[in-house]
Design a protein around this ligand. Structure first.
Ligand code: NDP
Length: 289
């Protein structure tokens, strides 16, 4: 048996089409296009590339994209002022502050300053709290939302199954554990202090790796037939690598997301979906998301 390879590129493309239809439907009702504003502070090359890709995808879907490129010596107060202006700007539906911010900027304060009603990333504590309570609002963090969408679109059973999430970051591991719990899985969250990690992972029907340790999840961590979601993306001299050792895991797993082409393309697709959902809510219009 060999795992079904989950095609994140194809699923992301179909979500982008849904978003484009939603944008067209807003236009047909005489409503303005959803507006996404991205704040990019400094000249981190990887961040600039992510933001360019986000902008291109947004514009193709019919979202009005605005990039606020800022110098790297901005203070926390400068960034907070900028976010405040975007909160007050009626043409802006969704705000994303690209992370990481330079060290002198208080990232936590900035995330909390974004209006929860314009929180494109779903990182605001109010939105995270709603998710943790089991009653998420219209936005949830993009990468874990993308993982859930892949699992659902491939009809992987979730309710009543064991899920193990390796990694407890606020952008991936923790929100994904909440989403899996809300979908009635029995969830274990692991991290660098978890003893017998391979043994715990082998209990999983759904195993998510989000550590940034290339190739650390091999066949010893995988129950035969499990769905293995590889969130890891680590640049190496041989290209981007995931956390999963595909060569040894593919013959054992039931489903597997490749890197690249698995979870990665979903993150931007879910950002577009969050943007259109926030815009529709502000315009009191229905969308497919
Ligand atoms: P963080 O560095 O914030 O978190 C990594 C987590 O992995 C931590 O909880 C850490 O444990 C845990 N961990 C690290 N090493 C081990 C180990 N040997 N055994 C068990 N647990 C371990 O990373 P992120 O969550 O931000 O990102 C994780 C990966 O996902 C990265 O490769 C990142 O590039 C990728 N990513 C991909 C995205 C995409 O769009 N495809 C989007 C976001 C992230 P502890 O808490 O104890 O330190």
């Amino acid at each position: 048996m060999s795992a079904v390879i989950i095609d994140g590129k194809a699923v992301a493309a179909s979500i982008r089409e849904e978003v484009a239809r939603d944008c067209a439907a807003l236009r047909d009702q005489g409503l303005s296009a959803p507006g996404l504003s991205v704040v990019l502070v400094g000249d981190n090359e990887a961040s600039a590339l992510y933001v360019r890709n986000k902008g291109r995808a947004a514009e193709r879907a019919g979202i009005a994209f605005q990039l606020l490129q800022q110098p790297s010596d901005l203070t926390s107060a400068d960034v907070l002022r900028l976010v405040g202006d975007l909160n007050d700007d009626a043409s802006v539906d969704a705000i994303l502050v690209q992370l990481p911010l330079p060290p002198q900027v208080d990232s936590r304060a900035v995330i909390e300053a974004v209006s929860p009603a314009k929180d494109a990333d779903g990182f605001h504590p109010l939105n995270f709290g709603r998710l943790a309570e089991g009653s998420p609002g219209v936005v949830t963090p993009c990468t874990p939302q993308g993982c859930m969408e892949l699992v659902r679109r491939y009809d992987v059973p979730i309710a009543g199954r064991r899920a193990v999430v390796v990694g407890r970051s606020t952008i991936v591991g923790r929100p994904l554990a909440a989403m899996l719990t809300n979908a009635d899985a029995t969830v274990t969250v692991c991290h660098s202090r978890t003893p017998d990690l391979a043994g715990v992972c082998r209990e999983a029907d759904i195993l998510v790796a989000a550590t940034g340790r290339p190739g650390m999840i091999d066949e010893r961590f995988v129950k035969p037939g499990a769905c293995v979601i590889d969130v890891g993306t680590t640049p190496t001299p041989d290209g981007v690598r995931g956390d999963v050792d595909r060569v040894s895991v593919e013959p054992v797993a039931g489903w597997l997301t490749p890197v690249p082409g698995g979870v990665g393309p979903m993150t931007i697709a879910m950002l577009l979906r969050n943007t259109v959902a926030l815009a529709a809510l502000r315009r009191r219009a229905p969308v497919s998301a």
